[in-house]
Design a protein around this ligand. Structure first.
Ligand SMILES: [Zn+2]
Length: 683
């Protein structure tokens, strides 16, 4: 079962700007002080660049920055809308170093969420908070010192050299030894505890987590070491940076981001032992780690080669998961993405892998499929040698698809011309080739046999479905259960019992999600799902039991009282809604329940929690002034999906009488961004 989480990775468009042929920016050393109160940043930058041609000006990308002062006799420095500009009589071959101080109030790329500050460079441009080079083709060594309050921890690119007092704060001095593209610059500041492991090869791996999540750290980061060791061995090129660090942050815009040595990921992946079964971090963990080679060590020259980053990271993450979860899991995931790709392709929406405007589905999943087929075609030994020579030859540089293909051709005598045509050039998805490859798995073969029973009459398939539920495979067992839903319950009953007896979490989850009426004979077993090792199953079971057995509501609510569920508090929020919808349940606590649900809508909580709270508040019509304020705040949230949901909700509410007039009167009391939004929608 794949729980649907908004796991959006990144897709980027490349700005094209040709300064790289004039100047090579070599080093940017910066001391950065972010200020939460004003959501601003002040920085001191020392930049070293070398001229490739004579020139009279050199520009660093820098959006809306104020130049505070600079110290240079050999050049002038000015700030323009989108650049810091250095002017002098620059000579080809000469190196120049200069320093300046600046201030910025970034509209994007640097985010202040709760007690955390973090960055997102890819697709958002580091040049909003740090003067740098948006073009990925100029690789720079960045050495950052981040100035933080005494009680905060900082993660940034490279190795931590020292922590030194700067006025009443601490400067966390980080150091890189190799250059990288500017979109990979990052830092996180917050209250963290840190656990450090070491890979087999001796690379320090630091795992950050909120102090209050200490008990979840183990489940959240499970398999981190194995993933690292596996990838280093399979890729066959030593991990190319000084260390590796990871930190979860609230309200992150994507699932994860592979900043060099400093991956940032969504707090939604912080899970306990039960949560791990449904939505663990393993895949994203492996994906971002794989990018440290594919994307960070070798970087695409432009968006046409984006699959060299996303296709590779997706494929190697899948290989790493195969190592942990086994071959069936590997084929199951390939099968699922093949289904999605085939569907898009059948609708005429197939895309070339080399199309710079392709979708994530193409860059990530079609890219992974292309590599899976290539490795099958030329064999793992040649595949691995090709990847090694490609990574070694272009280390710390930029690459195109031809560079990779050339490395492949050097390592194999197998003709890859038709692979290139089918998988890189074609818009259509090669479903038949994919199917042939899936059929190499005995598990997939059995799965297709069971899936083929869907259209058969009960008597013809009963025995086979029953067989599939004895010691079931996760995915085949699920498929067998789903087929019961269309049969009369008297017939299906013995098989549901088999499903409950199978002791398989996936099978029980399939029962919870597909059995619409719970028959009396199954009630006791179904009630057992309230204790299942899955918050997805628990949530469905609580709702279904509450709805179908009204006389038992108190028992169910008492039983589930203290359960939080995932990071979005899925169980707790459902529980509050059901308790409120049960008139006789703790009537003296009704106000407290309402207030708790409303509190989850406020900006004190992550957008995932707020999203659910808005839903229940709307269903139960628990609106009050505070909730309206929370919705207006959400209308300016950095997460676009959440923001747009909040905007739709506010739009609906504004149709109700009186609200518009009331807001017209009070709008001046809102913070500036919210007020600006209100001004727009009220007029
Ligand atoms: Zn990625």
């Amino acid at each position: 079962m794949k729980y649907l989480l908004l796991t959006l990775f990144l897709c980027i468009a490349t700005p094209f700007w040709a300064q790289v042929s004039t100047v090579d920016v070599e080093n940017i050393t910066a001391t950065i002080e972010p200020k939460a109160e004003t959501k601003s940043v002040t920085g001191t930058v020392t930049v070293t660049f070398q001229l490739l041609k004579d020139a009279s000006e050199v520009r660093l990308d820098a959006v809306n920055m104020t130049l505070l002062d600079f110290d240079s006799e050999e050049m002038t420095i000015t700030a323009e809308d989108k650049a810091i500009v250095f002017r002098s009589d620059f000579k080809k071959g000469a190196s120049y170093t200069t320093s300046f101080r600046y201030r910025a109030v970034p509209k994007q790329t640097l985010y202040f969420t709760g007690d955390q500050i973090w960055t997102q460079g890819q697709g958002k441009y580091t040049s909003h908070w740090l003067p740098s080079v948006d073009d990925m083709n100029d690789k720079i060594e960045f050495d950052l010192t981040i100035v933080a309050p005494n009680d905060q921890e900082v993660m940034a690119n490279g190795a931590l050299l020292s922590r030194e007092a700067i006025h009443d704060k601490i400067g966390w001095k980080y150091d890189m030894t190799h250059p990288m593209a500017s979109y990979l610059v990052a830092f996180v500041m917050g209250n963290f505890d840190i656990t450090t492991l070491r890979s087999e090869s001796g690379v320090p791996i630091s795992l950050f987590y909120r102090q209050e999540d200490a008990k979840k750290a183990k489940a959240t980061y499970r398999h981190s070491e194995e993933l690292f060791n596996f990838l280093e061995e399979k890729i066959g090129v030593a991990y190319p940076w000084q260390n590796y660090k990871q930190a979860p942050v609230r309200d992150f815009l994507y699932a994860g981001m592979e900043n060099t040595t400093a991956t940032i990921f969504s707090e939604a992946f912080v899970v306990d032992e039960i949560g791990f079964n449904d939505r663990n971090y393993v895949n994203v963990n492996a994906h971002e780690l794989a990018h440290q080679w594919f994307g960070n060590l070798v970087t695409e020259t432009s968006g046409a080669h984006h699959w060299l980053q996303e296709g590779f990271a997706t494929y190697y993450a899948l290989l790493a998961e195969r190592e942990i979860f086994g071959e069936d899991y590997y084929y199951w995931k390939l099968y699922n993405t093949a289904e999605q790709l085939k569907e898009a392709s059948d609708q005429g929406k197939g895309q070339r892998l080399l199309d710079p405007n392709a979708s994530s589905l193409t860059f990530y999943e079609k890219g992974a499929w292309a590599l899976h087929i290539l490795e099958e075609l030329i064999g793992s030994a040649a595949f691995d040698r090709a990847v090694q020579s490609y990574l070694t030859k272009y280390a710390y540089a930029n690459v195109t698809t031809s560079d990779f293909l050339e490395a492949v051709r050097e390592e194999t005598s197998v003709d890859i011309a038709s692979w290139e045509k089918d998988w890189l050039q074609q818009t259509a998805f090669k479903a038949e080739q994919a199917y042939q490859s899936l059929m190499k798995s005995a598990f997939m073969e059995s799965y297709f046999e069971i899936a083929a029973l869907r259209s058969l009459p009960w008597e013809d398939k009963k025995a086979l479905l029953e067989g599939a539920l004895i010691f079931p495979n996760d995915f085949i067992g699920q498929e067998a259960i789903y087929q019961l839903a269309s049969e009369p319950i008297e017939k299906a009953l013995p098989l549901y019992k088999k499903g409950f007896d199978s002791n398989n979490l996936f099978v029980r989850q399939a029962i919870a999600s597909s059995l619409e009426r719970i028959p009396a004979e199954l009630r006791e077993r179904y009630e057992g799902l309230l204790k299942d090792d899955s918050y997805v199953t628990q949530e469905i079971a609580l709702y279904q039991l509450w709805a179908q057995f009204p006389e038992q509501r108190k028992t169910y609510l008492d039983q589930m009282k203290g359960v939080e569920g995932f990071q979005d508090k899925n169980i707790r929020q459902l529980w509050l809604a059901l308790a409120l919808a049960t008139e006789t349940y703790e009537p003296e606590a009704t106000e407290a329940f309402k207030n708790e649900l409303r509190s989850y809508a406020t900006k004190e909580y992550s957008f995932e929690i707020r999203q659910k709270a808005f839903q229940y508040i709307n269903e139960l019509q628990l609106y009050n002034e505070g909730v309206i304020e929370s919705i207006i705040n959400a209308c300016t949230h950095p997460n676009w999906r959440f923001r747009s949901e909040a905007r739709n909700l506010l739009g609906e509410l504004l149709k109700s009488p009186g609200l518009k007039e009331a807001l017209l009167e009070t709008r001046t009391s809102f913070p500036p961004a919210e007020r600006a939004y209100l001004d727009r929608v009220l007029e």
